[in-house]
Each structure stands twice: as structure tokens, then as C-alpha cells.
Design a protein around this ligand. Structure first.
Ligand code: TRP
Length: 340
């Protein structure tokens, strides 16, 4: 078996993230760090889902900047364009084309049942556009066009991976084996980093209280300061236990940046106050993110290198995804142009 063949036996893993701003520590620990690790064991495909971000109104100049920052940030966080296929969704036109076809194999009723559509249309009642409604179809196209085995996503996206499977099964049922049926993959460890200001809620970019959220590019002093203010409880014990949401969250974060177990952490902070613990977590996180800040600062200035990386990514993605699109067009009965 040749090298190329061996490579093909690795599972194909695909995921995407919207360019809605600098990632939080939650995005990093819950998702991107896992993406980075998966690069060693699988053929990974990671996209910046900028088409999806248009479902809410965007300022064009700000969006352009966020897309580039997001690309550089993924690289700073360890996604390596030499190891993985990494690209910007809008630069690969096949996704939108497959999305149209798949929308004709998706029922109005099943899209109306999507939890995220119901939530988002309630939250943006002034702009319930058709894109918000057909969003899962575009996501199904993003996925199915690369024939992946696994799609790592957060819990909120699981329903979208499931509808992608339903659409694929339906299409295959009519036309034969066109799409591989992907599995959602919801990583367990560190998946749920909570807000430092309200540890019952998920850490989120859109939190009204900026002290609740750590951004991966926050300066070290800011990180330490936010951790010092983290909400805990009225006890004094650093131990992972039901009901201690704040401490549990800090322990989860500390454990994921230091590699220490909860028992080791409890032992190390036995008899010490929460103040010491919070400072230790803040400093550990600030230090852990140092190389990310440095690499990002260097990449974002190197426009030519960034451009080279996303251009090559888009070219490869186009070649790869065109194979599936051509097959689909043929199956449904479109007339192909003669090959030049
Ligand atoms: N909808 C996803 C989110 O908002 C992003 C996304 C777009 C995605 N296309 C994808 C995730 C394909 C996984 C696979 O988080």
C-alpha cells in the first residue's frame, strides 16, 4: 500500500466556525483545541463559515477584518494549513451550489422545527430572513460535499448535523450512494466552559458582562483581573462538587491548561483561599495563551503569507468539493459541459 493510500484510510473530519469575533477561552478549550489534536489522527477540513454569518446584518469592513483575523487566529491556535485543509467558505462556490440542490430535498416542516431557527428568529424578530431559515441546508452542503466521517460540533449544532444526515439519507435513497453519512461528534472534556460572571451560563462572546468572558487575545493583566473577579461561592474549599458551579468551572479551566487532575488541584490548594486559587488560574491561562498572542500578532501583519494560505486552501477545497457536486448534478439529470 502506497503512502497516498494509507493517508486515505484516515477518517475525514470536518468542522466550521463563524467569524463573529475573537474566540473565547470557551471556544478554544471546548472546540479548537480539539480540532488541533485531531490533525494528528485524521484528515481534517476546517472552514470559516462566513456565508453563515450573513444571516445577521454585518458591517462589510468589520466582517472582512473578522474573517482574516479568524483565519490567522485558527493558525495561531495550532491549525496548520500544511496538515489540514483550511479555507474560507465564501471563496469556494460549490457550497452555495450544492445548498440549492439540497434545499429541494429538505422539507419546510423539518426546517421549522430547528431549535436554533426558533431561538434566532425570536431574538432577531426584525430580520427573520430566508437565510436564517435555510441555514441548516447550507451547513448540510458544507458537510456532505466533503464526504466526512465525523463532524465535531458543540451541543447547539448537533441538530444541524442530524438534519444533514437526514437529507443525505433521503438523497441516497433516491439516487444511490452519493453521500457518506456523517456522525456528529460532541467532545466531552472541557466542552462546557462557563461564564466567570455567572457560572450557570455558557461563556459567550455576546455576554453583556465583559468580565464573564476571556478572549484568547486578551492581554495577560486583563486575564488575571477577570479571574480575580470570578464568581465563586461562600465556602472555602477548592474541590469539584455538585453545586459549586464557579469553583467547578475554574477547576475545569485550570485542569485543561495545566493537565492536572481535579484531585491534584484540590490537594495543591488544600487550606488556601479562593483568592490564591483564582490568581493561579488567571496566571496559568495568561501564560498558556502567550504563544497564541505572539503568533497571532506576527501572522496578522503578514498579509502576503495569510493570502497564500487561504488561496491554496480555497483551491484545494474547490477541487475536492467539485467531485461531489459534479456527481450530484449528474444524478439529478443536469447536462454537463464537455470537459476542456
Ligand atoms: N453553524 C456552525 C456554527 O455556527 C458553523 C458551521 C458552518 C459548521 N458550517 C459547518 C460547523 C459545517 C460544522 C460543519 O457553529
Amino acid at each position: 500500500m502506497g503512502e497516498a493510500e494509507k493517508k486515505e484510510r484516515k477518517p475525514v473530519i470536518l468542522s466550521g466556525i463563524q467569524p463573529t469575533g475573537i474566540f473565547t477561552l470557551g471556544n478554544y478549550i471546548g472546540a479548537i483545541r480539539n480540532w488541533e489534536k485531531l490533525q494528528e489522527e485524521a484528515n481534517c477540513i476546517y472552514m470559516i463559515a462566513d456565508l453563515h454569518s450573513l444571516t445577521v446584518r454585518q458591517d462589510p469592513a468589520a466582517l472582512r477584518q473578522k474573517i482574516l483575523e479568524c483565519f490567522a487566529l485558527l493558525m495561531a491556535l495550532g491549525i496548520d494549513p500544511e496538515k489540514s485543509l483550511m479555507f474560507i467558505q465564501s471563496q469556494v462556490h460549490t457550497h452555495a451550489e450544492l445548498s440549492w440542490v439540497l434545499s429541494c430535498y429538505t422539507q419546510f416542516g423539518e426546517l421549522s422545527r430547528m431549535t436554533q431557527f426558533k431561538d434566532k428568529s425570536a431574538r432577531h424578530a426584525d430580520n427573520v430572513n430566508a437565510g436564517l431559515f435555510t441555514y441548516p441546508v447550507l451547513m448540510a452542503a458544507d458537510i456532505l460535499i466533503y464526504q466526512p466521517d465525523l463532524v465535531p460540533v458543540g451541543g447547539d449544532q448537533k441538530q444541524h448535523v442530524e438534519i444533514a444526515r437526514d437529507i443525505a439519507l433521503r438523497f441516497n435513497g433516491i439516487y444511490g450512494n452519493v453521500f457518506r453519512i456523517p456522525e456528529p461528534y460532541i467532545p466531552q472534556v472541557g466542552a462546557r466552559v462557563k461564564s466567570l460572571a455567572d457560572p450557570t451560563k455558557k461563556m459567550s462572546k455576546s455576554d453583556e458582562n465583559p468580565n464573564g468572558t476571556i478572549l484568547v487575545l486578551d492581554p495577560p493583566e486583563t486575564i488575571v483581573k477577570k479571574f480575580k473577579r470570578a464568581v465563586t461561592d461562600s465556602e472555602m474549599e477548592v474541590v469539584y462538587r455538585e453545586g459549586k458551579d464557579g469553583i467547578n468551572n475554574l477547576m475545569t479551566i485550570y485542569s485543561s491548561v495545566t493537565g492536572l487532575t481535579f484531585d491534584q488541584i484540590a490537594h495543591d490548594f488544600d487550606g488556601k483561599g479562593y483568592g490564591d486559587f483564582k490568581t493561579a488560574v488567571g496566571e496559568a491561562v495568561a501564560e498558556h495563551l502567550r504563544p497564541v498572542r505572539e503568533k497571532f500578532a506576527q501572522l496578522i501583519q503578514d498579509k502576503a503569507y495569510l493570502q497564500k494560505c487561504y488561496t491554496e486552501g480555497a483551491e484545494k477545497a474547490l477541487a475536492y468539493s467539485s467531485r461531489t457536486l459534479e456527481k450530484v448534478y449528474k444524478k439529478v439529470g443536469f447536462v454537463p459541459l464537455p470537459k476542456k
